[in-house]
Design a protein around this ligand. Structure first.
Ligand code: NAP
Length: 322
């Protein structure tokens, strides 16, 4: 691995700060710049995080002479523009979820990255969490027999606020894009793209989907039952069933610190994988590994799959928006 990967953070909001805290703990990572639409916010964040440079525009940050990779931490509707600015100057990009607002945007960004031969990855950090990898390994090794049914929920309670990114349709709000994407991504990772998609949603007063239910058919008679909400605190579980048992992730499953195997016969097994911080360090390590090996995408979160996931999200929305 190179001794040092130099990061820049684009967008000075909540997730930028949480990500930066984990970045600081990854060996070989250095934060060299932050950028915001506001110079004041950029300087405040740079001072808070000890970043040497602060830019008052996303274009300025993208042109930083030192950064190897830009972490795109803007609200959903601004992901595309931010990614394209960074890719245009030859930077690698780690882009927050959802990767884009729709599949058309996703395809455009992927096209830019490929044309520039730049690294690009959707920040689907759950895939890199050690307990989640353990869970996947049990499934792949046939410990459940053939995995047939995935049940996942991701719901939390927020108060409706038309100014919040969660409830503003123009900012890419709604349960599906905010948290449903995690469930759809997990289903895609385990079972591949769906062959049939059913969905229904509760649309709130601001016009966004506040709760959504999704049923996916996958090849080989496999099913995913998914739900997401920004109005309801749900159980936050993920479990996959096969004829020979079940495998659970500890709650909340998207940052699980343990995985549990319950075989039909024999004793349950629980494996604990505690970690410090928020859990973003594992995706950061994957970016470092890819850059060190000259890979322009991650085999764990490949671009073709990010595009497929956006297509699934588009199809889900078509079920209730027409
Ligand atoms: N991985 C995770 O666990 C996780 C958790 C939460 C959120 N997220 C994702 O991270 C992204 C940011 O979420 P957040 O909670 O950090 O959001 P936030 O604090 O509300 O906003 C993030 C930043 O977006 C920028 N932005 C760009 N255009 C904007 C506009 N027109 N209006 C307002 N802000 C605008 C702002 O940066 P400047 O004003 O500095 O330019 C703002 O600080 C979202 O895509 C979300 O889905 C991921």
């Amino acid at each position: 691995m190179p001794d040092l990967i130099r990061w820049a953070i684009l967008g000075a909001g909540r997730i930028a700060r949480k990500f930066a805290a984990d970045l600081a703990a990854v060996p070989g990572a250095r934060l060299v710049a932050v950028g915001s639409r506001s110079g004041e916010r950029a300087r405040a964040l740079a001072a808070e995080l000890g970043a040497p440079r602060a830019y008052d525009s996303y274009a300025g940050l993208a042109a930083d002479p030192e950064a190897d990779v830009v972490y795109v931490a803007t609200r959903n509707h601004a992901h595309r523009e931010a990614c394209e600015l960074a890719l245009a100057t030859g930077k690698g990009v780690l882009c927050e979820k959802p990767f884009a607002l729709d599949a058309m945007e996703a395809a455009a960004v992927i096209g830019r990255a490929r044309a520039r031969r730049c690294f690009l990855m959707e920040a689907m950090w759950t895939r890199f969490i050690p307990a989640v990898r353990q869970w996947r390994q049990w499934i792949d090794s046939g410990r459940l027999g053939e995995a047939r049914l995935l049940q996942v929920d991701f719901g939390f309670r927020a108060e409706p606020d038309p100014r919040s990114r969660l409830f503003d349709p123009t900012l890419g709000g709604g349960a599906l894009l905010d948290v449903g994407v995690y469930a759809v991504s997990l289903a895609s990772w385990l079972f591949g793209p769906p062959t049939r998609i059913e969905s229904t949603a509760c649309i709130g007063e601001t016009g966004v989907d506040e709760s959504v239910g999704i049923l996916l058919d996958h090849p080989g008679g496999r099913l995913s039952l998914l739900s997401a909400s920004i109005r309801l605190d749900t159980a936050k579980t993920a479990v996959v069933y096969g004829a020979e048992g079940a495998a659970w992730l500890s709650c909340p499953w998207w940052k699980a610190r343990a995985a549990r195997l319950e075989p039909r016969t024999g004793h349950p097994v629980q494996i604990d994988h505690p970690f410090p911080g928020n859990g973003y360090q594992f995706e950061i390590q994957e970016v470092h590994r890819c850059l060190a090996q000259g890979q322009t995408e991650s085999p764990v979160m490949p671009l073709a799959e990010s595009l497929e996931i956006m297509k699934t999200l588009d199809a889900v929305r078509r079920r209730w928006s027409s």
